[in-house]
Design a protein. Structure first.
Length: 271
């Protein structure tokens, strides 16, 4: 997903969830009198960082948004300029010794709707641990389970799309098929050295008012679309919607209810 303009116009679900989680969890975090240095991993187009996270922080802080995609970083830097905000490129999974890039580290690390893209969870959690200062807290929010990924699997088995989706397993989140995803995540975080303040994967619901909202939301995050010839992209998206309808509850008035589990991990790097 690299189309920042499309993403920023089709991320109502992600924004709603970031707001719900931040409202509940920010008051539970320990805030210093001054000098908090904040990181947002997988900041994407930057609107959640700038418009949701920053205004909800208890006081003015230095905030850094990082993303694997240079296009996202460029869009965020251009669109959301602010004197206490900076955007940088970083791959949280593959980076080695991230404190060389950020020598001071961070007192808080946030991440919204990013870590389900990361296959090597132990390596990622290790990097987040390195980036946090001792006593620092992380709030990691990402998809634990979503029918969307079963839809990708089903689409990859179709003869017309198979050649574009051979690596579909790389896009299935680490905990999608685990019976207790929160416990698996907590085990990985503990192994990395974290103390688990809480880790859960509750079910969320989001209503898409009409099929076009859902189509755009799927389009904005679909990793396969750019591989498909332009003239077939609409047929691919319509087929995605058909497959999804088989897996999800479709309401009679044209609205679609998405039901999914969101991992919410609140972690502490001990002193
Ligand atoms: C769905 S967007 C979420 C954007 C924003 N946090 C939000 O809540 O709207 C996921 C972002 O994670 C980024 N991403 C995926 N893998 C990543 C990695 N290994 N390191 C850093 N960012 C990554 C993608 O480029 C994308 O911009």
């Amino acid at each position: 997903m690299e189309d920042a303009q499309l993403y920023v116009s089709a991320n109502a679900l992600q924004r709603r969830d970031a707001l719900v989680v931040l409202t509940e969890y920010l008051p539970q975090m320990a805030w210093q009198e001054e000098g908090e240095n904040i990181l947002d991993i997988g900041c994407g187009s930057g609107d959640v960082t700038r418009n949701l996270l920053m205004p909800l922080l208890p006081r003015v802080e230095q905030v850094t948004g990082v993303d694997i995609s240079q296009e996202m970083v460029s869009f965020a830097s251009k669109t959301f300029q602010h004197n206490t905000l900076a955007f940088r490129q970083l791959d949280i999974e593959r980076t080695v010794q991230p404190r060389q890039t950020f020598p001071d580290g961070f007192s808080k690390v946030f991440s919204f709707y990013c870590l389900h893209w990361v296959k090597d969870q132990p390596r990622c959690l290790n990097n987040i641990y390195q980036l946090l200062q001792p006593g620092g807290e992380a709030l990691l929010v990402f998809l634990a389970h979503n029918p969307l990924f079963s839809m990708y699997q089903n689409m990859s088995e179709k003869i017309e799309w198979n050649k574009y989706m051979q690596d579909v397993s790389n896009f299935i989140p680490a905990y999608q098929y685990k019976s207790d995803p929160a416990q698996c995540m907590a085990d990985v975080a503990e192994e990395a050295g974290f103390e688990i303040i809480s880790c859960e994967a509750p079910q969320f619901e989001f209503v898409f008012e009409n099929i076009n909202y859902l189509k755009n939301a799927i389009k904005a995050v679909n990793p396969f679309l750019k591989r498909i010839p332009t003239e077939s992209q609409d047929a691919f998206l319509m087929d995605c919607l058909n497959e999804l309808a088989k897996l999800k509850t479709q309401q009679e008035d044209g609205k679609t209810v998405a039901r999914y589990n969101l991992m919410i991990a609140h972690l502490l790097r001990p002193e």
